[in-house]
Design a binder for this molecule. Sequence first.
Ligand SMILES: C[S@@+](CC[C@H](N)C(=O)[O-])C[C@H]1O[C@@H](n2cnc3c(N)ncnc32)[C@H](O)[C@@H]1O
Length: 181
Amino acid sequence: MSWYGAHSFLNEYIRKNHCKKILEIGVFNGDNAVAMVKVAIKDSLPEEVEYYGFDFFDNNLFQQIELKLGKTGCKFKLFKGDTVDSLPRAVKTLPKMDLIFIDGGKSYREASSDWACSWTLMHDQTAVFIHNYEFLGVRRMVENISKEEYQVEIIHPPHDSDSALIKKILVLVKEKKHLTK
Ligand SMILES: C[S@@+](CC[C@H](N)C(=O)[O-])C[C@H]1O[C@@H](n2cnc3c(N)ncnc32)[C@H](O)[C@@H]1O
């Protein structure tokens, strides 16, 4: 089971949907960040890809990840601190995202706070992936997401942790209309 590093389900989604603006909540050592950015820049100019990462960045992880991301040529910004505080502060300064990966604190309090900020950064096509659905706090948060507003799908990626994929229901209605034209 993969807890850290590259997640093939994210890379696949980024490739298929040409994601350029990516938010990761819980960055750890930045290997997953670099993997996602490398997929995103395959069909764009590196400077067209934007990555935003939030974590405590303990020890000198901040500098190490800056170096790793710097080599990709993408635009990026890292936010240090507890996401319960840092995300609500930063959210007003951030653009709408194409993909959001919630993979930070696993308590109900942290996961709920991370989701409460994430949904404000969704456009009609944004995908929010929430890692580690098996954690009680994460599962409870996902179960509380409005099923009237959001499509919630639990995915079981091979060799990885169960995750939730959240999309706005509005997106599906629009896609259906488009298909029936
Ligand atoms: C599972 S790891 C992230 C792994 C990374 N997404 C990956 O795929 O490689 C969780 C990360 O969340 C961070 N984290 C946990 N709770 C947090 C909080 N309340 N605020 C900020 N960061 C937090 C930890 O420092 C850790 O680096």
